[in-house]
Design a protein around this ligand. Sequence first.
Ligand SMILES: Nc1ncnc2c1ncn2[C@@H]1O[C@H](COP(=O)(O)OP(=O)(O)O)[C@@H](O)[C@H]1O
Ligand SMILES: [Mg+2]
Length: 371
Amino acid sequence: MSLDRLTFHGLRNLQAVELAPGPRINLLTGANGSGKTSLLEGIHVLGMGRSFRARQLRHAIAHDADAMTLHARLVGEPPVTIGVRRHREGGELEMRLSGERLDRVSRLVQCLPLQLINPDAFRLLEGPPAGRREFMDWGVFHVKHDFLDAWRRFRRALKHRNALLRHGRISDASLDAWEQELVLWGGHLDGMRREWIDSFLPVFEDTLGELISLPGLALRYSRGWDRKRELGEVLRQARDTDHQMGFTQQGPQRAELGIRLGKRPAVEVLSRGQQKLVVSALKLAQGRLLEQLTGRACIYLIDDLPAELDSEHRRVFCRWLERMQCQVFITSVDPDALAGLWQADTRVAMFHVEHSESGQGQVLPMDRQTS
Ligand SMILES: Nc1ncnc2c1ncn2[C@@H]1O[C@H](COP(=O)(O)OP(=O)(O)O)[C@@H](O)[C@H]1O
Ligand SMILES: [Mg+2]
């Protein structure tokens, strides 16, 4: 899976950018503020429907533009075009797949599996469980076709149960109905997550082992409710306290992928550098497992690799990227930090991101660089 054309208009300082990325490793270098992260951001918006650095997408629209329009062509027989547009004034994100209007972001996500590694990626370890749940569910979503449907049905039942808990007196009969739904779909979600984690663990351990030796580091899935009791029973018994709290306290919406070293959360024990390697291994393992289970490769967006890893670990990391049949976009201020990392037969395309005279960012293949 790879993109062979990107056309961006009105994205931050990238007012009009056209780029033909190579199928494998794409190195984007350029001075601070030239637009490297914005380029990754554009690909992220195409694949996820949202930015990784602006809560509101309209903040990513170029100051003097009314809208941002992003297009990408996905290699295939036939090729697929993905397009998104966001106007500054109101409106939602318009999404198209080969011209056909989409109403769900999940279709974009399905088409363009992305993994992002940037300084914020380290929140995966230190941040709240929601980030790790999202990480896990990304994996499940891409390999289990029923996941999205089960997740939607579960969310709907949860919303209704929470609404009943918050408003008025609780009627056991109406709670019964929604709890049955929660038990049914919650059980499916848990089953799919369990299966996924069983296949993920060996891939993660293998990947991490080459990056760093951390005996005792373990991932542990917990399903979000008491290990010894059925979800139905848990929900019934918690009605009063859930009513007081105003929401459902246990269930798969509270699942967690714990990352521990011995008995303690890994984040409390590991150095910053070790944490970066664990997160890198998690993200690489996601891509490897996706490839193993579906034959599809995901696209890696890696912002400022030299800042994230020292030179020795950069090398091991890049070996993994080479072994996977995936397309990669890597940014760096310093071209020399990225140049020597690749084996002779790896296809590497280099681009230079720079300001044009008008102050707009442009992206040029290295052999056409103007400065
Ligand atoms: N909404 C916007 N409109 C126009 N320019 C913007 C907007 N937001 C940020 N910029 C500018 O875009 C440039 C590119 O930023 P960025 O992609 O972070 O650069 P890099 O990653 O190469 O350091 C910066 O100079 C920044 O000031
Ligand atoms: Mg940047």
